[in-house]
Design a protein around this ligand. Structure first.
Ligand SMILES: [Zn+2]
Length: 291
């Protein structure tokens, strides 16, 4: 028989290292590109609703000079102090390609350094700029302290559709977490409902927003009224709305798949079989630029 103190210790150890099961209706809420509306519109609303979220910061586009459309670092620090996650989106919004790989570490460090200057911990989450992915970047991300990285819905779903697939913490590599739905101007509440409907059976819905609204990136604009409607519905539907880093509770103790592309290739094969075609699912190490 195990002495009670030892049993308690063993239990505590398991509790710390074992992943929690994923309940239904878990939604990871993410915002890209440092839009001023993230502070002005999203911040007060998410605070009121008690939602977590990750804001992926880049100093690309006209961030340095255009403070009508982009946040200041003081505003970004305020989001951190409110409890939101600040993620890394590279200094210059660097599309990750074979050619740009040598610049990735420096681009990540530039944002991490800015965070530290403003009292924000170095980010542990990353969003692939332009939703482009490259498997050779994974060790660079890991070396920079990145634990979770969100990609787009490609290659499983073409960018033009704004769709994606639910994240499977048991199968997806933590540095290739898919977007389930990527908000577009044509969206209605039904798009949000369709994404959240996939958050069941151990799967998580990952939502990607840009500005709410976004005058600088009109092709991914979400009008303020729509955004408020979506968030109110998430609350009403009883969703658990979290930041990307919070998925750690569902991945704790799980080893990343040996082949990072396993889940992606499995979905591509299933889609090809469903279409009755023989499409190749092997050449997916790098996706095409999407924006
Ligand atoms: Zn971006």
């Amino acid at each position: 028989m195990i002495p009670r103190a030892l049993a308690a210790l063993l239990f505590a150890t398991v509790a710390v290292f074992a992943a929690e099961p994923v309940p239904d209706k878990v939604v990871v809420l993410t915002f890209d590109d440092s839009s001023a509306s993230h502070h002005a519109v999203a911040r007060p609303l998410l605070k009121r609703l008690g939602f977590g979220a990750t804001f992926f910061i880049t100093e690309g586009f006209t961030f340095r000079t255009n403070k009508r459309d982009y946040m200041t670092w003081e505003q970004i620090a305020e989001l951190h102090r409110d409890g939101f996650e600040i993620g890394n989106h590279t200094r210059d919004h660097l599309g990750v390609t074979e050619k740009s790989l040598p610049r990735l570490a420096e681009q990540l460090e530039a944002i991490a350094a800015r965070c530290r200057e403003h009292g924000i911990p170095a980010p542990v989450s990353f969003a692939w700029p332009g939703n482009r992915i490259h498997v050779e970047a994974l060790p660079i991300l890991a070396a920079a302290g990145i634990r979770f990285a969100r990609r787009g819905g490609e290659p499983e779903v073409p960018y033009a559709k704004g769709g994606g697939v639910p994240y499977e913490p048991d199968a997806d590599h933590p540095l290739l977490i898919p977007t389930t739905a990527d908000a577009r101007p044509v969206w209605t509440l039904d798009h949000v409902k369709a994404a959240v409907a996939q958050a069941r059976g151990g799967r998580i819905a990952v939502l990607q927003f840009h500005g709410v609204p976004d005058g600088e990136h009109p092709w991914v604009n979400t009008p303020r009224e729509r955004f408020e409607e979506y968030m109110a519905w998430l609350k009403e539907a009883g969703c658990t709305v979290i930041a990307l880093r919070d998925v750690a509770r569902y991945t704790a103790g799980k080893a990343a798949p040996a082949d990072p592309m396993t889940a992606i290739n499995r979905r591509l094969r299933a889609a090809a079989e469903a279409q009755g075609g023989a499409a190749s699912a092997s050449s997916t190490a790098e996706t095409k630029p999407s924006r």
